[in-house]
Design a protein around this ligand. Structure first.
Ligand SMILES: Cc1cc2nc3c(=O)[nH]c(=O)nc-3n(C[C@H](O)[C@H](O)[C@H](O)COP(=O)(O)OP(=O)(O)OC[C@H]3O[C@@H](n4cnc5c(N)ncnc54)[C@H](O)[C@@H]3O)c2cc1C
Length: 436
């Protein structure tokens, strides 16, 4: 008889690992697919540090164990408030969590998820397809790399995205323009300078923002009340985003879209400022409008706010321009299914039920794509705990709602009452129901 799993989790980063740990604990038949901690092990340069505080960078196991502090204690390392933690330590923590708390990770690449019966068929690059009653897509940030207009046509020798580098030493002795004003841009530029390259930071903003040194955890009660600590920083606004993602989801779609676009804008970590300012020249208030390869060089056409044109001639451009959640780019998901999903307002992110289920029954999302539904904490490791608990509750509900599989004639239907956003647009030829 063909094996059908209760849940297939696609992606083994902080979210996928946490979801799988909760699902296994709930007694679900779960498979976890993906290269564990791939974004952290393969797509961040050596020498980077976590920006989040160690106590808000835990993966989530149902019993609250296997925290970053637990891992560090076993290795004689410190994970202290106000002390930046190397990303290598965080990657190693994720791998340890995978061994201790999650079901076995199958290191495969998923190429296709298609509806089958009232469940899904999941194809991988490596082996035969799997069947699943529910699927959780926790594919993280890499499918959503943002390439700025104007750079896309440059050959790879002239242009790359910041997520394309583990080793920046290959730029030693060369001029590199780094585009962006967020932590990735500032830290990439500082690391380039420290590793012998000659970087220049180019940003549209007229000034750079820097976070201040975090306040101590133990403070007088009045100060703590005025400016509470939370998983994303300090202050009441970020406290709501961090601690009440369920409440964020109840806001109107247009408000959530605005929060997703503007909350926690680009800013450098407090510990990076001195390293950056001592070594990296900046061109602020400059907008890129053109880039051409000229022999081995790259010529950038920039313009200032006053309308002046500036030409910057470098060996290479690195765009540290982040990631934009966009269902259209999730090519592994069946195109018809994708096009039919309900989305948040005008965004291309899925509208989700309180338990992270999309408008396609049994299809769940986690991580960056869920930020327009549940708010900015979904962009950070901190959101993994809330997500894992809720999502697994949703999977159990869905499996319960379908009843026992053998002989069932379950019908997958869009549950309109569960979605505050616009209903799914259904493309011609793609019905919203599939009979088995
Ligand atoms: C430079 C940088 C620094 C950051 N620093 C911080 C920080 O300090 N603190 C913080 O909280 N957050 C930070 N973040 C954000 C961080 O990426 C997220 O918090 C976290 O990684 C999200 O976890 P995730 O599981 O959703 O995604 P990811 O970590 O991206 O993991 C996704 C997983 O999915 C797998 N996958 C993707 N596609 C497929 C496929 N087709 N088949 C199989 N598997 C697949 C990948 O292999 C990967 O393991 C940073 C991000 C960047 C880029």
């Amino acid at each position: 008889m063909t094996r059908i799993d209760d849940l297939v989790v696609i992606g083994a980063g902080p979210y996928g690992l946490s979801i799988a740990a909760h699902a296994a604990d709930a007694g679900l038949g779960v498979r976890l697919l993906g290269r564990p901690m791939a974004s952290w092990r393969d797509h961040m340069p050596d020498g980077m540090y976590l920006k989040s505080e160690p106590w808000s960078s835990n993966l989530s196991a149902p019993d609250g164990r296997h925290t970053l502090a637990d891992y560090c204690a076993t290795r004689g390392l410190a994970a202290e408030h106000g002390t930046p933690l190397p990303i290598d330590t965080f990657s190693a923590y994720g791998m340890w969590f995978a061994r201790q708390a999650a079901p076995e990770v199958e290191e495969v690449t998923v190429t296709e998820v298609t509806p089958q019966g009232d469940g899904f068929r999941v194809r991988t690059a490596e082996g035969p397809p799997l069947l699943a009653r529910t699927v959780a897509l926790a594919v993280g940030v890499m499918p959503f790399v943002h390439h700025p207009e104007g750079l896309r046509e440059l050959p790879p020798a002239h242009y790359s995205h910041s997520s394309g580098h583990r080793d920046l030493t290959r730029f030693a002795g060369r001029e590199v323009a780094v585009l962006g004003a967020g932590q990735a841009a500032l830290e990439t530029a500082a690391l380039l300078a420290e590793q012998g390259a000659r970087p220049c930071l180019v940003a549209r903003r007229s000034r750079l923002n820097w976070n201040t040194v975090p306040q101590p955890l133990d403070r007088p009660a009045l100060r703590a009340l005025r400016d509470p600590h939370n998983g994303l920083g300090t202050g009441w606004r970020s406290w709501v985003w961090s601690e009440l993602p369920w409440a964020v989801r109840r806001l109107p779609a247009s408000t959530r879209e605005r929060i997703a676009a503007t909350a926690l804008g680009p800013a450098g970590a407090w510990w990076l400022r001195d390293r950056f300012e001592r070594r990296v020249p900046v061109l602020l208030g400059h907008r890129l409008h053109r880039a051409v390869a000229v022999g081995e060089r790259t010529r950038l056409g920039l313009s200032t706010r006053a309308g002046e044109s500036v030409v910057l001639d470098v060996a290479h451009v690195i765009a540290a321009t982040g990631f934009v959640p966009d269902l259209a780019r999730l090519e592994l998901l069946d195109a018809g299914l994708r096009a039919g999903l309900g989305t948040v307002g005008h965004s291309r992110a899925p509208e989700l039920s309180p338990c992270f289920e999309s408008s396609w029954p049994g299809l769940f999302f986690a991580g960056l794509l869920t930020a327009p539904s549940f708010g900015p904490s979904m962009r950070f490791v901190h959101g993994a705990g809330f997500t894992a608990g809720r999502l697994v509750r949703g999977v159990r509900k869905r499996l319960g709602a379908r009843g026992p599989r053998p002989g069932s004639t379950g019908v997958a239907r869009f549950d309109r009452a569960a979605y505050p956003g616009r209903p799914p647009g259904v493309p011609p030829g793609h019905p919203t129901t599939y009979l088995r």
